[in-house]
Design a protein around this ligand. Structure first.
Ligand code: SAH
Length: 394
């Protein structure tokens, strides 16, 4: 049995933890054992010495991330249990074991009881991404646990944490396979649409899985429409539009690599009415915005922290205004924000302001969010980050 070092909280600071919020802020700590190192597992106690949880330690503003609210040994079995639970939930969601979709998020951090950990499943390959040192230190055990849960169907586990861990983390970080390899040109299927995935060189873990349901919805509106997919990445929305009978679809992304992949995905799906443009969205909209019935705006997070959220609002407003000014009568705007610090209300109000300034009347068709494999729990509202709105434009 391993003995874990202890941290005791200030009086009253146990309350959020008793409501299952998994973060311990540095200011909540009263005392801690000496020699606790970054990434160590610690036991958390209230000021009255009530056990609260097992956490991973990191000397930072969020000092403890709770991985269990009961006293446990943190070993391979612990991770097997976590992954089995997450996997069973994806089966329940009809994602794991579905012949029409073999790409899903297996672990979404706090939402799946694993603060600081993201794991995405791509047709037999798992991309592991640690956002905390504790999770990175557990990577070998987690890879072993994945093997136990998936058995022979697991082809590889790839650690892609070099850009998501703190820059001052002492371990020299390189992305690497923890198990197996991927020598094939990997193709996944999502709602019967095919995509090449390059998780090694692609952005984030390789694909923006969080837009699956919104892509489906866009598909339903696409028949007979001219569609512009901006910030397209590898053409997720574009392929759905084409598969559902749009007359033409254009993808715009500033990344040349992303547009090359878009074009490859079009060939893979036998799409012949797609064109990709490696260009800045703002420039493209200025010159060509008038040609479309449907415009999709899915920019990267404009704000990563609260102190720059006003800049982000200006950015979202300018972008949406450009789309709204241009979109054809009777068209649809699909607009998204993945900035955690821009809440739903603020995003809605920003688009409202953009519509007023562009003198267009709009009707709300759908309020959109992230799919359930990007798990949201009421005890961790911070996990809800993706917001989308679909508007009919008169
Ligand atoms: N909608 C995509 C994901 C978009 S991610 C999907 O479903 O897969 C955001 C994308 O915006 C990235 O591919 C990034 O390269 C691109 N990007 C960032 N700034 C841009 C800009 N100013 N103009 C065009 N593309 C941009």
């Amino acid at each position: 049995m391993i003995e874990y070092p202890k941290i005791t909280l200030q009086n009253g600071k146990e309350l959020p933890v008793l409501r299952f919020h998994p973060w311990i802020f540095s200011g909540a700590i009263k005392t801690q054992d000496t020699h606790i190192k970054d990434g160590d597992v610690v036991e958390i106690y209230s000021a009255k010495q009530q056990f609260l949880g097992m956490a991973q330690y990191q000397k930072a503003s969020i000092t403890g991330r709770i991985i269990s609210f009961s006293k446990q040994q943190i070993n391979i079995d612990f991770w097997v249990n976590k992954i089995e639970k997450a996997f069973a939930y994806r089966q329940f969601l009809n994602l794991a074991g579905n012949p029409h979709t073999n790409v899903y998020r297996l672990i979404f951090g706090e939402g799946d009881g694993c603060p600081g950990l993201i794991m995405d499943y791509y047709n037999g390959h798992v991309v592991f991404q640690a956002h905390s040192i504790g999770m990175h230190k557990c990577r070998t055990d987690i890879a072993e646990a994945l093997k136990k849960v998936y058995g022979d169907t697991l082809k590889s586990v790839y650690d892609k944490s070099s850009e998501t861990l703190p820059k001052d983390y002492s371990v020299s970080l390189s992305n690497e396979f923890l198990f197996g390899s991927c020598n094939e040109e990997l193709v996944v299927i999502e709602n019967d649409v095919n995509f090449y995935i390059d998780f090694i060189n692609g952005q984030k873990t390789g694909f923006f899985i969080d837009q699956r349901e919104n892509r489906s919805l866009l598909g339903n509106y696409s028949k007979g429409k001219r569609v512009l997919n901006t910030f397209s990445y590898t053409g997720g929305f574009s392929m759905y539009a084409a598969k559902h009978g749009c007359t033409a679809v254009h993808s715009v992304d500033s990344s040349v690599k992303a547009i090359a992949m878009c074009n490859k995905n079009a060939v893979l799906n036998n799409v012949t009415n797609h064109e990709g443009f490696a260009q800045d969205t703002f420039d493209y909209l200025k010159d060509h915005g008038k040609d479309y019935d449907i415009i999709i705006l899915d920019p990267p997070a404009f704000a990563k922290s609260r102190d720059v959220s006003h800049n982000a609002v200006i950015g979202y407003k300018r972008l949406n205004q450009m789309a709204l000014q241009n979109i054809k009568k009777g068209g649809i705007l699909f607009t998204f924000s993945c900035s955690g610090v821009i809440d739903k209300k603020l995003f809605y109000n920003t688009i409202t302001a953009a519509a007023i300034e562009s003198r267009r009347h709009i009707k709300l068709l759908h309020t959109l969010s992230q799919p359930a494999d990007h798990t949201i729990t009421p005890n961790f509202p911070e996990g809800e980050y993706l917001k989308g709105l679909a508007f009919y434009v008169e």
